[in-house]
Ligand binder design. Sequence first.
Ligand SMILES: NC(=O)CC[C@H](N)C(=O)O
Length: 276
Amino acid sequence: MAKTVRAVVIAGNGTNCEREVAAACRMAGCDVADVIHIAELLAGRARLDDYHFLNLAGGFLDGDDLGSAKAGANRLLHARIQGSEEHLSDQLRRFIADGKLIMGVCNGFQLMVKMGLLPAVDGDYQAQSATLTFNDGGRFEDRWAYLKVDPASPCVFTRGLTGVYLPVRHGEGKFVPASDEVLSAMEQRNLCVLKYSDPAFEGPAFDYPLNPNGSIAAIAGVCDPSGRLFGLMPHPEAYVHRTHHPRWTREADLPEEGMGLWLYQNAVRFIRDHLL
Ligand SMILES: NC(=O)CC[C@H](N)C(=O)O
């Protein structure tokens, strides 16, 4: 296990992007990218402690009943490991305290926000301080979006990036902080990592269609103050190769690697530099 970069993707109860996320992890240089069913973790047959990089994939956890990822958040927060006194949340707290990385995509981002893992402005990873709710348009949005990166953000995953172009596919992508205080604390600490933007990545785009869901302050992705926990509505695992680009047959000069891969490569670089 020594010197190997180990990623895990949690699956089950309605996730549908776990294989793509695992493939992106491997393409970015993870030596291990295991897809583990949540039931395996709860049975104690797999442990978060064995990994450096936890991925929460997109999908429709519990059929979006009660609001996307709400039931899943309760499960991850309160479920006990069978035959033990330990809760899964104990493993999760240890994972964060050990300086490891977590990325939630779409339903995984909704899960992190509803658990309180993001934005966690005060470093309290258990109090929910924002939500992701129904798109302003009232419809599921399936399109590509331009995302401007905050260069001053502590986010590990976006280091060195200016902007990325990625697909979104969600019905509940509107990010809403619990209060103006939460929003201003997030802005002050540069936790609003990704904002929907114009195609040149010049500034945030507040209006539809560039902002597909009416997110407050055009927020598309958020990190915690450490920069090691990150969630975003767009799907980086869906653009890891040139041929995933919607106009790849018409646009010459597209690099071989898709822009989404850059986020995973930054994660691997951080793990090699700090955790091995
Ligand atoms: N692609 C996804 O992960 C979708 C998340 C959630 N089911 C929604 O529609 O908002």
